[in-house]
Write a protein that binds this ligand. Structure first.
Ligand code: NAD
Length: 340
């Protein structure tokens, strides 16, 4: 079993991954500065797993504090690096904040890893690196396109930094995971997505509208070149996504090479339109979601979904939760946090 330092481990994807790591008897040290999460998530993780992982409230950009953490909890076998800011709109209005947190954060993590001879890292990247691909489903070989936001650019820069560090020092093994659209909540409804303010993502917007927190959902564009005119994405269940991290960790820990990187798309392989999402939610929950059609949002692409062949084959990982079950998990979570 590995000892794993999880940065951003109280966040949305991080907390679900910690649960899956603990379920596989890995030892976990969570590092989080609570900039976009709540301390109470730690006790929720304990409630689900009956284990309380170590927790350090540290800003990963504070390399001295991070160094002390690596020292106190060593030897660490691997880092799963989630900690980053992720709001696309905010990254446009405050780009330097995003470059500082996301890029400096990674540099600090890599510096500590090298200092303490930790060679394995799993990094959270995004399908945004592909922009609007010319071929669908999109494979890992598709060309990287100019990022549409500073947030997207930080993901591209971080991927390059990891690859350059591997070439320079030959002592890092990385798995770079390009997530498509993570959605849903843990089946226990103890943990889930906690968007601040108006959600950027579709599913929290749908569940908040269904809960009456928002009057109506805005569907951005019904004139795309898709069967129903709304944009198409690949929505991946957060628990399936979390399990992929455990598979990636196992692969890293089992391999005998000392340096290199692998890239994986993590999606379902199926594209679902915005309107299909709304109608599926209404059908499985019996709750209606009032919506209006608004004009296309700047920077939104028309359609993307993943070719997951590589992750299926190399990680022995499959996203097999049904969309119905995923949407029900999201609705149960919304009801729980709203006391409905
Ligand atoms: N959620 C998505 O739609 C999505 C899609 C693609 C990629 N990603 C990436 O996956 C990762 C996790 O995303 P998430 O949705 O769980 O986000 P999240 O905001 O819920 O979790 C990130 C966590 O990192 C912490 N954090 C941020 N900066 C930190 C710092 N400097 N030091 C310590 N902790 C810090 C936050 O407090 C939070 O708990 C991010 O890197 C994100 O960019 C997310």
């Amino acid at each position: 079993m590995a000892k794993v330092l999880v940065t951003g481990g109280l966040g949305y994807i991080g907390s679900h991954t910690v649960v899956e790591l603990l379920a596989q008897n890995h030892e976990v040290i969570i590092v989080d500065n609570l900039s976009n999460s709540e301390y109470c998530i730690l006790s929720k993780i304990s409630e689900i797993t009956h284990t309380t992982p170590a927790f350090e409230q540290i800003d990963i950009c504070d390399t001295d504090a991070l160094r002390a953490c690596f020292k106190a909890h060593g030897p660490i076998h691997a880092v799963i690096h989630f900690a980053a800011y992720k709001a696309v709109g905010e990254s446009v209005s405050n780009s330097l904040l995003y470059y500082k947190n996301n890029v400096l954060g990674l540099l600090s993590v890599l510096e500590c890893m090298r200092e303490f001879s930790v060679c394995n890292i799993v990094f959270s990247s995004s399908c945004t690196v592909y922009g609007q691909p010319t071929q669908l489903p999109v494979t890992e070989q598709a060309p990287i396109q100019k990022a549409l936001s500073p947030y997207g650019n930080t993901k591209q820069i971080c991927e390059e930094i990891i690859c350059d560090a591997i070439h320079s020092y030959n002592d890092i093994c990385a798995v770079i995971l390009r997530y498509f659209n993570p959605i849903g909540a843990h089946p226990s409804a103890c943990i889930g997505e906690l968007p601040k303010g108006v959600p950027n993502n579709l599913v929290p917007f749908i569940t908040q509208t269904a809960a009456g927190v928002r009057k109506q959902l805005q569907v951005f564009g019904n004139d795309y070149n898709t069967p129903d005119g709304s944009a198409i994405r690949d929505y991946i269940y957060v628990v399936d996504l979390a399990k992929a991290h455990v598979k990636a960790l196992d692969k890293l820990c089992a391999q005998t090479t000392h340096s290199g990187y692998e890239l994986f798309n993590l999606g379902t392989g199926t594209g679902i339109s915005v309107l299909e999402m709304v109608h599926t939610f209404e059908r499985v929950t019996g709750v209606s979601v009032p919506y209006t059609i608004a004009s296309r949002r700047e920077g939104d692409i028309e359609q993307v979904w993943a070719d997951t062949t590589r992750a299926n084959r190399e990680l022995d990982w499959f996203a097999n939760t049904s969309l119905e079950d995923i949407l029900l998990s999201a609705w149960n979570w919304e009801k729980k946090i709203r006391n409905l």
